[in-house]
Design a protein around this ligand. Structure first.
Ligand SMILES: [Zn+2]
Ligand SMILES: [Zn+2]
Length: 353
């Protein structure tokens, strides 16, 4: 149980953050704290407090970050604060990955971004005291982390079986792309614009030449995530990182070193496919980073439920968010009844606990 939280803002102590680089229009956002104990947190120390990074992160104006003792709450409308292409290539209904690209104009349509993309509010609470675990937990589809731009980070895959890597499955038609130059795209419904790899329109803004990448977000386990640059600004490859694309080293926000993740650009995984921090994530842990389909562990499989409801798996996961699920809100977002949703969902792991 978390302690009861006071209404955001009511007792807020606004901390104005210093932009660590460039006067970009990303700007910075006040971190409103709800109690004054934050000064006692030993942030950035080797034992893992992340408050320093949360304070230094260049949160977009569309992001509201509220520190509450042991955790912080991230709220945004889900829309990225950077430019998007005018159009996206969107798969027709029923056209699921992998895309063969044989007849793109028959299997996809070109949507105007303004008509396609819809707000998809993100509201999550994340610990400020992440705990590294030897056991890994596979990341699921849908939101695995929150980014300074206001849009979420997804893992590499477009499917629960972890076969179809989004960035390796990109296509274009008449200049419209399935995945944009920022390594992001919305779901086919237009909801939940998300990244599957290095979000260059964020990193280009915040990274500094010759230095380790700058914090661009936090994963749901509480550990921070960065672009591809390691010490001295040298681009990291997957081979230099652990099975969850992480390592321990000094970063601009944590000069004493901290476990953190890197998005990489050489090969899959581009995004983060497992958590190395403790996380309550469907009640099970992954056996290995390979993500053997159907193996034990990992988050619940919503493939059948999505098929029953006639929605994309990602849309279902996005609507459900993190457990405990708000079924009323999820059903409303999906356009189904609560009863239909309940009937379709698999039983929760450890039911009765
Ligand atoms: Zn995607
Ligand atoms: Zn690093």
């Amino acid at each position: 149980m978390t302690p009861s939280r006071r209404t955001a803002g009511a007792l807020g102590l606004a901390i104005t953050l210093l932009a660590s680089s460039c006067g970009s229009d990303n700007g910075t956002t006040d971190v409103a704290t709800e109690n004054t104990t934050v000064e006692t947190v030993d942030a950035g120390s080797a034992d893992g407090g992340t408050l320093t990074g949360i304070e230094l992160a260049q949160w977009g104006d569309n992001v509201e970050v509220t520190v509450d003792g042991e955790s912080f709450r991230y709220k945004s409308n889900g829309l990225p604060n950077h430019e998007l292409p005018d159009q996206f290539l969107v798969p027709n209904e029923g056209n699921m990955p992998p895309f063969d690209g044989d007849d793109i104009s028959a299997e996809f349509y070109i949507a105007n971004t303004d008509d396609l993309i819809v707000e998809s509010p993100v509201d999550v609470e994340i610990t400020l005291n992440p705990v590294y675990s030897d056991e890994i937990t596979l990341t699921s589809l849908s939101t695995i982390g929150v980014m300074i731009s206001g849009a979420p980070l997804f893992n590499d895959y477009e499917d629960m079986s972890r076969e179809f890597v989004a960035l390796d499955d990109n296509l274009s038609l008449d200049g419209a792309y399935f995945i944009d130059a920022c390594n992001g795209h919305p779901l086919a419904s237009g909801a939940s614009y998300h990244y599957h790899g290095v979000p260059y329109c964020i990193t280009d803004d915040v990274d500094v030449d010759g230095e380790h990448s700058t914090i661009i977000g936090v994963l749901l386990d509480g550990f921070p995530v960065y672009g591809p640059k390691g010490a001295d600004g040298v681009t990291l490859s997957n081979a230099e990182l652990d099975e969850c694309s992480g390592h321990v080293e000094a970063t601009p926000e944590f000069p004493e070193g901290i476990y953190h993740y890197h998005l990489t650009e050489d090969a899959n995984p581009y995004s983060i496919d497992c958590f190395h921090g403790e996380i309550d994530y469907g009640g099970s842990t992954g056996g290995n980073a390979g993500g053997d389909a159907g193996g034990p562990g990992g988050p619940p499989d919503f493939t059948d439920a999505a098929a029953t409801l006639g929605v994309e798996v990602q849309a279902l996961e996005a609507a459900l968010g993190m457990p405990p699920f708000d079924l009323d809100a999820a059903a409303a977002a999906l356009g189904v009844s609560v009863a239909q949703l309940e009937a379709a969902l698999p039983p929760p792991p450890g039911a009765g606990g």
